[in-house]
Write a protein that binds this ligand. Structure first.
Ligand code: C2E
Ligand code: MG
Ligand code: MG
Length: 350
């Protein structure tokens, strides 16, 4: 990297962080925003996160003085830039919640929507959460962001429940990150959101990944028990890709396993069958992710997966698009698509 470019990159780093700190503290100092209010707390978070970023940046420069001369690796610079842009995105409310349906393939009805956050970047357009969630996780922004997603999703669910009546009420699945899971206020915040939005706890499905349980598993398991005591359902996301210690499934008190889409993409149907067998033995439900084609849906149905999610049904959509889907799938009387010769009842939607 040329010297001019390095200077520009370093001064960009310093300027964006300092501007965020200056703007946040300036608003607090002006008295227009009370430090104890939600917005005040967000502004403080932004100031602290940016100060920490400056500290990391300085430490990196001190540790390797040649960085200034030879140029910091482009990936590091891009990451630092993403961090500061994310804070600004939070302040300017550039996030949106998208929804992807989970369908009961016996009745062809939507039983839940997974809430998936998107970042509507003013220049770069929609940015995938796979790119920015790890950064938000590291900086701590995931805590207020995740809470916001949860509240939006519950509000939207309330609207749908009022608009579309189903024998069993529609539910919403919301992802919880490891950092959220270790936050001491989590249970209280979830409870408050349920109360504010009037959502029955059983209609809220919280998704956690196995990796969230590794770092401080005792504390995480205690948190899961407290969440469970609220009456919400717990889903183990991306199941089969992490460090699944099968013997621990019981103590995690999860209700449902979400089989990772990699199994479907690689057509590993015998492994899917194995997981179904395991789940049945433990009394757990199963959702299969990543159903992209009619053939995969048929295959899933044939081996007894009746809760599916994937592009075959729909990609994640904004609230208006998801409402259109609900009208299409759940707008008419339930018409069960019974597997031949099987005596069954779909508990969730029939
Ligand atoms: P996830 O929770 O496993 O969500 C499913 C991801 O798979 C979504 O990606 C979805 O768009 C994608 N997907 C669904 N069906 C198909 C399919 O048929 N084929 C393929 N190839 N992909 C499919 P997305 O929206 O990009 O989210 C990626 C990950 O980011 C999520 O994985 C989740 O771990 C994380 N994430 C998204 N929103 C949030 C959030 O609000 N909070 C937290 N903590 N994490 C989130
Ligand atoms: Mg998920
Ligand atoms: Mg998943």
């Amino acid at each position: 990297m040329s010297c001019e470019l390095v200077n520009a990159a370093v001064s960009h780093q310093l300027r964006t962080s300092l501007t965020s700190i200056q703007a946040s503290l300036g608003l607090l100092q002006s008295g227009k925003v009370h430090p104890e209010s939600d917005r005040g707390q967000r502004l403080l978070d932004i100031a602290v996160n940016n100060a920490q970023r400056l500290m990391r940046f300085t430490t990196a420069l001190e540790a390797d003085a040649s960085l200034l001369g030879s140029g910091m690796p482009a990936a590091n610079l891009a990451r630092l830039r993403l961090e500061s842009e994310l804070d600004a995105a939070w302040e300017y409310q550039e996030f949106e919640v998208f929804y992807q349906p989970i369908v009961c393939t016996r009745t062809n009805r939507i039983v839940s929507f997974e809430a998936l956050v998107r970042w509507q970047h003013p220049q770069r357009g929609l940015i995938s959460p796979a790119l920015f969630i790890p950064v938000a996780e590291e900086s701590g922004l995931i805590v207020p962001l995740g809470e916001w997603v949860l509240e939006q999703a519950c509000r939207q669910l309330r609207l749908w429940q009022e608009q579309f009546s189903t024998p069993e009420p529609l539910a919403v699945n919301v992802n919880l990150s490891p950092r959220q899971l270790s936050h001491p206020d989590l249970v209280e915040r979830v409870q408050q959101i349920l109360q504010r939005t009037g959502i029955a706890p059983k209609c809220l499905h919280l998704e956690i990944t196995e990796s969230a349980l590794i770092s401080d598993s005792e504390a995480a398991i205690a948190m899961l028990h407290q969440l469970k005591a609220l009456g919400v359902q717990l889903y183990l996301d991306d199941f089969g890709t992490g460090y699944s210690s099968l013997s621990r499934l019981h103590e995690l008190s999860v209700d449902v396993l979400k089989i990772d889409r990699a199994f479907i993409a690689q057509q590993q149907w015998s492994l899917v069958c194995g997981i179904l067998y395991l789940a049945a033995g433990l009394g757990l439900g199963v959702v299969v992710e990543g159903i992209e084609t009619p053939e995969e849906l048929e295959r899933a149905r044939n081996i007894g997966c009746y809760r599916c999610q994937g592009y075959h049904f729909a990609r994640p959509l904004g609230a208006a698009g998801a409402t259109g889907l609900l009208r299409r799938y759940n707008g008419q009387a339930c018409q069960p698509n019974r597997p031949q010769g099987e005596d069954w009842q779909c508990k969730s939607c029939c």
